[in-house]
Design a protein around this ligand. Structure first.
Ligand SMILES: [Zn+2]
Length: 147
């Protein structure tokens, strides 16, 4: 599992658990709402900088392989060791697709949004506070979710 996806799923899962819990549990988690929103914002930043980090990592690896003539041979059962047909070129790292990244980011924001709207319905947040917190994670409010 990739660090960025795993981190986002962990925060989202946590928020989903809060949202579906008993009222007294929600109140308890609401006491730390700013901490959790900061976790969401930090994770958004981690997601948004993924492509830059991946490129740096990939470039560094490519340079090293080029400068050192690195060869990697997996065990080949037919040749009984190093494969005679392999050129030994190390395979490049796998990038997480931007669609998977986008979906993960959306689920993260949604889970925070549903937690906030539940807090609103429990009157832990007023209109103004809800709007400000939703703005801070870059999401708008659907009036249907407030009923
Ligand atoms: Zn072979």
């Amino acid at each position: 599992m990739m660090y960025t996806i795993e981190k986002a799923n962990m925060v989202a899962e946590q928020l989903r658990r809060f949202t579906s819990g008993y009222a007294h549990h929600v109140v308890g988690q609401f006491a730390n709402v700013d901490f959790w929103l900061n976790e969401v914002k930090e994770t958004q930043r981690i997601i948004d900088q993924y492509n830059t980090r991946f490129k740096d990592m990939s470039d560094a690896q490519k340079d090293w392989i080029k400068n050192h003539g690195t060869k990697v041979f997996d065990f080949c059962p037919l040749c009984g060791g190093k494969c005679d047909l392999s050129d030994g070129k190390p395979s490049p790292p796998t990038r997480i697709s931007s669609s998977e990244m986008k979906e993960t980011r959306r689920e993260l924001v949604d889970s925070a949004y549903y937690f906030l709207t539940r807090c609103y319905r429990m009157e832990l947040l007023n209109n103004e506070e809800l709007k400000q917190k939703c703005d801070s994670i870059g999401t708008s409010i659907d009036p249907n979710d407030l009923k």
